[in-house]
Design a protein. Sequence first.
Length: 245
Amino acid sequence: MNYLQKFAIFIGIATAINGITFKAQAQFCADASQTALTKARLDEIAGNQSIPVGQAPLAFQNFALATIRPGTPIPENKRKFASPEREAKTGGKLKNVIPDGVLSLMVYPPLFPPEEYQDSVFYEVKALSGGLLPPSYDEYQILGFLDALRRSDAGLAGRIPAIIFLTTADVRQISAATVAEATFKGVGVWHSIGCEIPGSFNNLQLGQASLRNPEVYLIRLTFPEFIGPGMPGRLFLNPPNSDPD
């Protein structure tokens, strides 16, 4: 299947699923037998594995980064990325953001060699009991992510950097303000929720990520690579000194 065929299918799917306005849809699990993983259920599973409740978000982060790309775990990120917009909003208190995972953006233009844009895809894991992750969340952390991505190699080159939120099911959708800000900045927003697999040792799986603003790709005639579903896994604490921020 060539690039134009893929893009035509993408437009058709986006239109069929979302309608002409590309309205965001609800999240879903990889299989109908699975149940959406709430923060309360996450805490129960952590307790069953002798993981302290206070460390359940870290264990979920470890699981998410290890499994969302089957066979290719995402290394935990410790690097800071500058965000002048977050700095301005916090009066100089916070000048950077530290996404949980960072990867290059790979672009495969038709008839041309692949292009790599470093540090242009952020993965952020949130084990929350609710909320929409607006730009102001956690002292403008979300705004900072979008600002940093706009300034990334991909953003500066006119490509589409992306942020992928991996969350518990209580985060039912991403804030409309966040999606609008991302679209204005030319950043793709994706959202995947955790789900529970009944009766399995590897009892958790992330569903396929839902694209919240397909118009950002359509405007630039770009076909996105879909994300997920992840492979089945379970909570774990390793390394022990990570910070699930």
